[in-house]
Structures are given as structure tokens and as C-alpha cells.
Design a protein around this ligand. Structure first.
Ligand code: 1KN
Length: 481
């Protein structure tokens, strides 16, 4: 009887394991020629640097900086870089703005100094936005910087000045092009297809030219890739990624470039991220509910200071203008969720950052000087989010930072550790470095005595944890960021 039972048991185990194998193998993957090329997250040194940078400056600059959102005395509230479209300006009229691009106050050394002081480690600049105007002397169109009164290679001057300050430079490039007559939104017939192939060849040539001409470029940030005409050319997006990486090994490309064989964007039809990081967070950050999802791969959020202005708009009274405290909180939140934060600036037609941007940059820089340790090379700390702010964790030193934005009236900061962890050190990061008192509540919860809050901005507490040792039955598995 016992033997029969054993036999049945063996059969049962055997068949269930077969069943399990079957479900594994029947999870069919689509065979793709133009799907993901690298399996994110990349762990090479270029990617580690990108990830440790955390804070970047976005620069939107082009002909749209000259009218600054106002055309024939009428103010258009929509994004200034869209003025040609909002005010329905004919291409020939718009294109002649090129002859006014004199930027008399342009001083890239000052720009780079401001960026350095603000604390950014990288910068991403528009080489060509939707208007099609090229900020470098490209061989492939006359609609470029050499035909402006400025004449010189603006892009090179910016790259050199930023690199001199130790800041990495990436290139924004819009595939969508309102200037090039070959651009199509959709492919409805053979002539659309021929025109669009020419456009894609043009863009390919320009991207190759950019990668070759500017050897220190660290990444490409693609935009204007959402139309059917690009989606239907997944192979082109695949080839562009390959080409850039063969010319400049280590180059980092955003997911927005990519479509696969079947027109799936950002992620291929098997759900794998294409490009090196997710770039879908535009003017928004992930929510706490997205945490598990965003920790699976690198990502970057880009943000405007007004509600929705990327290029220079003369009138900033039209929407809320974010304060440096709001922006610092967004940067910290992005860091705490394992992402980068790219903050946009739109220089004027004269070639300068408006006073409001200079002021914000200065304030962020002041904060970063004291507290940047909690941002650079930091990521998700693995601790439960608390109402007072955000935890970050240094990838190398494993130190944990509590960035406090909401000082509790009780002066008690709650903290919950994993099973088996205890606090081995806790002190103020900046200025005083004072040690803080805390009490253990049991159930892995602690209350920390907050410092007297005299400063007007977020403050940082440095926390060191250690394993109790004897009962380290933590089921927490460190995520790969
Ligand atoms: C909702 O449609 C758009 C279209 C283009 C939203 C934004 C954009 C462009 N992407 C940003 C990074 C800016 O360059 C903006 O012009």
C-alpha cells in the first residue's frame, strides 16, 4: 500500500513539474529582428556614470527663442517652441528667423559655470527641434547655424564649455521635422513612403555626423518619434541605435527613439525596454504605485519650470512657476525611486538665461552644495516611504539619507526597518553634524527626534544601519537599479 502511495506521489511530482516546464516554454516570445538590443539595466562604466549623475540640465534653444511665444503682437500661451504651429506660421516666414539669430549676449562659459554651480553632472541640448533648424554646421541642410549672423559652430562652443566644467553633454534630436518637405506623419501611399525614406536617411546622416563631429557626446535623446511614419520604420530606429553605438561605444540612448518590427514603442513586443533607459516621464514623475515597475530599469524624468514651456517664452506670468523647493523635491523623489531628473532651461534670443532661471539655478546649487551627497550616486533605499519625505541610499557606501521636506509638528520622524536591521548611526548631514536621539518602538519601527528646524529648506539626516546578526531572516532582496 505504502509503495503504491509512493509511486503515486512520484508520478504527481513528475507531472506537476512537467506542467510547470510547459507553462514556462509556452510563454511564447515573439521573434523580433528589431527588438531590444541590450538587456537593461546596463552595468558598464558609461551607464554607471549616467546613473550616478542623477541631476541634469535640459536646454531647449532654437529660432523659437526669438519670438518667445509672441507673434504679430499676439501672445500664444502654448509651449513657445510650438509657436510656428500654434500661430500657423508658413515655413518660409518661420525659416527667415534664421537671419535674426545673432545671440549677442551668448557666453557658453557663463552657461557652463551656472550649470556647474547648480550641481548638474550632465546637460542635454536641442541640436534640432521640430522646427528643423540645426544648431551645428551640418552638411545636409542650409537651414543651420552657419547661415545665421552668429555663423560659428554653436554646438561645439557649448560642448567644449560644459566639458571644461566636467559636465557630460548629450544631444536632443527631433526626428519630426517641420522644415524638411520629406517629413510625413503617416505613410498612405508609395510617394509618402519614398519621401519618408529620404527623411530617415537625412536624419541618419545627421546623427552620424553629430556622433563623428563631437567625440565627447555621451548620449542621444530622441523626440518626435511618435507618428506612424516612424513607428512603421522600427528597423530604422534599430539601425540608428546600432550605428551610434558603433561610432561611440558606451553611448546612451533613450527609449523614445525606438520602435520594433511590429510598431511597439519604448518596449518591444516582448515587453523588453528598447534603448538604455525609459524616457516617458515628461513633466511628471512616477507615483509610489509605480515603484516596483520603475525599479526594473533606468529612467529619467524631464521637467519644465513653468507648467509647459521648454523654449524661451517672454511671458512667464501665464502659469505657475515652480520654486526651487518644489524642484529639489522632484529631484529627490526621482533619486529615491532610482531615476534621473532633467530640469529644463530655455535661453533667450539674446543668448542668456532669464533672471528667474538664474535665481532658481542659484538656489538649487546652494542646496546641492550642502546636500548633494544624498543625490549623487544614490538610488532606492529599500525602506518604506514615510510622510516626512524620501529615503535615498548611496550605491557605493550604502549610507542611507533621509531627506526631510515635511517637518512633523511632533518633531518625531518615523522609520521602519527590515527584520534584523538596527540603527548603528544617525546624524545631521550638513552644518552641525549633530547626532540625533531615537527610540525603538518594536515591530521594527523607530522614532527619531527631529532637529530644531530653523532652516527654510529640506534637510538631510544620514543613517547607518547594521544587521543584528543573529536573526537576519530578512526576505528583502536588493533590487538591481
Ligand atoms: C504633447 O505633445 C508634445 C509634443 C512635443 C509634447 C511635448 C513635445 C516636446 N517634447 C519635450 C521634451 C519638448 O521638446 C516638447 O517640445
Amino acid at each position: 500500500m505504502k509503495k503504491v502511495f509512493n509511486l503515486l506521489l512520484i508520478i504527481l511530482i513528475f507531472t506537476t513539474s512537467l506542467q510547470a516546464q510547459k507553462t514556462e516554454t509556452t510563454k511564447t516570445r515573439v521573434v523580433l529582428k528589431y527588438g531590444a538590443q541590450t538587456f537593461a539595466p546596463r552595468q558598464d562604466s558609461a551607464m554607471l556614470k549616467w546613473r550616478s549623475n542623477r541631476f541634469g540640465q535640459f536646454i531647449h534653444w532654437g529660432l523659437y527663442a526669438i519670438p518667445g511665444g509672441i507673434w504679430k503682437g499676439k501672445t500664444y500661451n502654448y509651449a513657445a517652441e510650438f509657436l510656428k504651429s500654434s500661430a500657423k506660421i508658413p515655413t518660409s516666414t518661420w525659416d527667415s528667423l534664421m537671419y535674426q539669430f545673432a545671440i549677442p549676449k551668448f557666453n557658453p562659459t557663463e552657461w557652463a559655470r551656472m550649470a556647474k554651480q547648480m550641481g548638474v553632472k550632465y546637460m542635454t541640448i536641442t541640436t534640432k527641434h521640430h522646427e528643423g533648424f540645426c544648431m551645428w554646421p551640418t552638411k545636409y541642410t542650409d537651414f543651420n547655424i552657419s547661415n545665421t549672423p552668429f555663423k560659428r559652430d554653436l554646438l561645439k562652443e557649448v560642448v567644449d564649455a560644459y566639458n571644461k566644467e566636467g559636465i557630460d553633454v548629450n544631444f536632443y534630436y527631433s526626428v519630426l521635422d517641420w522644415h524638411n518637405p520629406d517629413w510625413r506623419y503617416d505613410i498612405k501611399n508609395a510617394s509618402d513612403s519614398i519621401a519618408m525614406q529620404r527623411l530617415l536617411q537625412y536624419a541618419y546622416n545627421q546623427l552620424k555626423e553629430l556622433a563623428e563631429r563631437y567625440p565627447t557626446v555621451k548620449g542621444f535623446w530622441f523626440d518626435g518619434t511618435w507618428d506612424n511614419s516612424v513607428k512603421m520604420n522600427g528597423k530604422w530606429t534599430y539601425d540608428v541605435e546600432k550605428m551610434l553605438k558603433s561610432i561611440r561605444p558606451g553611448i546612451i540612448v533613450n527609449s523614445r527613439l525606438r520602435a520594433d518590427d511590429l510598431g511597439s514603442r519604448h518596449r518591444d513586443s516582448n515587453g523588453d525596454l528598447m534603448g538604455d533607459y525609459e524616457s516617458g516621464y515628461e513633466r511628471r514623475l512616477p507615483t509610489q504605485a509605480d515603484l516596483e515597475k520603475v525599479l526594473k530599469n533606468d529612467w529619467e524624468a524631464c521637467m519644465t519650470i513653468p507648467e509647459n514651456q521648454w523654449g524661451y517664452h517672454k511671458d512667464w506670468s501665464l502659469s505657475h512657476i515652480k520654486s526651487s523647493d518644489e524642484l529639489i523635491e522632484m529631484l529627490t523623489k526621482a533619486t529615491s525611486m532610482g531615476g534621473n531628473f532633467l530640469l529644463n532651461f530655455g535661453p533667450s534670443g539674446e543668448g542668456v538665461f532669464r533672471p528667474e532661471e538664474q535665481k532658481i539655478a542659484g538656489q538649487i546649487g546652494e542646496w546641492m552644495k550642502l546636500n548633494g551627497v544624498a543625490i549623487y550616486n544614490c538610488g532606492y533605499a529599500g525602506l518604506e516611504k514615510q510622510d516626512w519625505g524620501y529615503f535615498t541610499k548611496n550605491t557605493t557606501t550604502k549610507k542611507i539619507y533621509m531627506v526631510v521636506f515635511n517637518q512633523p509638528l511632533s518633531h518625531k520622524l518615523r522609520l521602519k526597518l527590515d527584520m534584523g536591521q538596527v540603527i548603528s548611526g544617525i546624524k545631521m548631514l550638513a552644518s552641525t553634524g549633530e547626532k540625533l536621539a531615537f527610540e525603538e518602538l518594536g515591530n521594527q519601527e523607530f522614532l527619531i527626534q527631529a532637529p530644531d528646524f530653523k532652516e527654510k529648506h529640506a534637510y538631510v539626516i544620514e543613517l547607518e544601519l547594521k544587521d543584528k546578526g543573529n536573526n537576519s531572516n530578512s526576505n528583502y532582496v536588493a533590487p538591481k537599479i
